[in-house]
Design a protein around this ligand. Structure first.
Ligand SMILES: [Zn+2]
Length: 314
């Protein structure tokens, strides 16, 4: 007997200095308060929302961010609340998939060490910076003994670009860049699969399962936090409806999806990242609704548990 209707909520905890790097803004723009907002404000907001709706989740945390003030406390509170802590690399290097194997291994191991030091449990899951996977990076994940990867983001470029404009979200500009590098991702499976180690965007017999980020069937509209908090609500409802029959709905968010105008972010960052100008309480209301639907329609589990349940069927 399988589990045909699993859903997972995951949040990439990219701190705001990574957004400065993406947008080419000086990190000096961020004072101490702003540097601490992801772990000090967004993380507790997500934890409160998960508790309120009664869902569990996975946080993808960046190794080097653990040196930020408040990061350790934030991650330990998440772990204590039953949230899975997985790796989003050590340095959030967008070129990680193209680096030499030794550099890739050092980054991945460094992130696992940093996160294990923070919460006392070694992560079993990984999401690559910019969602870009390569045979070399996939091999590193296998060598590290991970259970799953959740980097494949097989969105149609048109919708990725549209979402980027909608949210002003450069993180979505990156996948389209990686798409230009490796067009193979466009043909990648949209539901959990076992990758071919020689081409992780294709099916094969690899030991590390791939759990692709949700895109709608057919049109491959990305179903991610940016869409949920910034798109017209009927669009969100429609895309969710198209995904209701999935055997695994992998809903990916970013910590900034619960930051907003109340957080008084620096102007230059707001101009580049327009979704940060929406009030976070409004975003929270939308996510509350979505999580409630997911809880009604699916068995909501961490990505670690989804991988464990799906592994024998793939
Ligand atoms: Zn990221």
């Amino acid at each position: 007997m399988g589990s045909p209707h699993l859903a997972s909520v995951s949040v990439d905890l990219d701190s705001l200095h990574h957004y400065c790097r993406i947008h080419g803004l000086p990190e000096s723009l961020l004072d101490e308060r702003v540097r601490g907002l992801v772990y000090g404000a967004a993380v507790p907001r997500f934890l409160a929302l998960f508790r309120e709706v009664g869902v569990t989740a996975t946080f993808f945390a960046i190794g080097e961010d653990q040196a930020l003030p408040g990061a350790g406390e934030g991650l330990r509170a998440a772990h204590a609340a039953g949230v899975e802590v997985a790796s989003h690399s050590f340095a959030h290097d967008y070129a990680l998939s193209r680096r030499a194997p030794a550099e890739q291994a050092a980054d991945v191991q460094g992130s696992l060490d940093a996160l294990e030091a923070a919460v006392g449990v070694r992560p079993v899951g990984f999401r690559a910076p910019g969602y870009a996977l390569s045979p070399g990076l996939y091999q590193v994940l296998c060598d590290a003994g991970l259970a799953y990867d959740s980097s494949t983001f097989p969105a149609a470029p048109y919708y990725a670009a549209k979402a980027a404009v909608m949210g002003g979200l450069a993180l979505l500009g990156r996948p389209s860049r990686s798409v230009l590098d490796r067009p193979r991702v466009l043909a990648a499976p949209t539901l959990p699969y076992r990758p071919d180690p020689a081409e992780p965007y294709a099916r094969g017999g690899g030991q590390v399962l791939e759990l692709p980020v949700a895109v709608s069937p057919g049109l491959r509209v990305p179903f991610i936090g940016t869409l949920a908090v910034a798109a017209p609500w009927p669009v969100v409802r429609h895309v969710y409806g198209a995904l209701r029959g999935s055997n695994h709905l992998n809903f990916e968010l970013h910590a900034v999806d619960l930051l907003g105008s109340e957080d008084a972010l620096p102007g230059p960052l707001l101009r580049q990242q327009r979704d940060l100008s929406i009030r976070w309480v409004e975003k929270r209301e939308r996510l509350h609704q979505l999580f409630t639907w997911m809880r009604r329609d699916f068995d909501v589990v961490t990505l670690r548990d989804a991988a464990a349940q799906l592994a024998p069927t793939l």
